[in-house]
Write a protein that binds this ligand. Structure first.
Ligand SMILES: *[C@@H]1O[C@H](CO)[C@@H](O)[C@H](O)[C@H]1NC(C)=O
Length: 135
């Protein structure tokens, strides 16, 4: 019996227990590409002609969940650009958006931000950016 083996087992147990805690990787930030669209931001798939303000977004299939995503709020942060625009991110900025729309198949991002939301965290000239987001 080596103490090393037992340490290994202990470590495994710790990792398993940790992954069940709130704030664990299960609930951690996700990553994906973000695109944007220009105003007007309504009508929307969730709320029809209701004006939900300017910090809104559409989400694609992975998050949409048959409309259950409606009303959810995501805090979004720009990580990097995905094309030639060298430094699109406004460092350290986050924006919280409310899901009001569906970004249909062919959507080039997991999240389609309003131009207002996108420009709060990145230069719209980039067109598409890599983001990290959580609820
Ligand atoms: C973003 O959302 C708008 C409004 O729903 C839509 O017209 C546009 O096609 C979407 N952008 C992309 C890249 O799918």
């Amino acid at each position: 019996m080596s103490g090393r083996y037992e340490m290994g087992v202990l470590l495994m147990i710790c990792i398993i227990l940790l992954s069940c805690l709130p704030g664990s990787p299960v609930h951690a930030a996700q990553q994906g590409n973000a695109v944007f669209f220009n105003p007007p931001y309504f009508p929307s798939a969730c709320n029809g002609n209701q004006n939900d303000g300017v910090l809104v977004a559409g989400v694609s299939d992975r998050l949409w969940n048959n409309g259950r995503a409606c009303g959810r709020r995501y805090r979004v942060r720009c990580i990097r650009g995905t094309n030639e625009a060298p430094h699109p991110c406004k460092n350290g900025k986050t924006v919280t958006v409310k899901v009001v729309d569906y970004c249909q198949s062919g959507c080039q991002g997991i999240i389609n931000l309003s131009r207002d939301a996108f420009s709060a965290i990145a230069d719209p000239d980039a067109g598409i950016i890599r983001v990290e987001f959580d609820q």
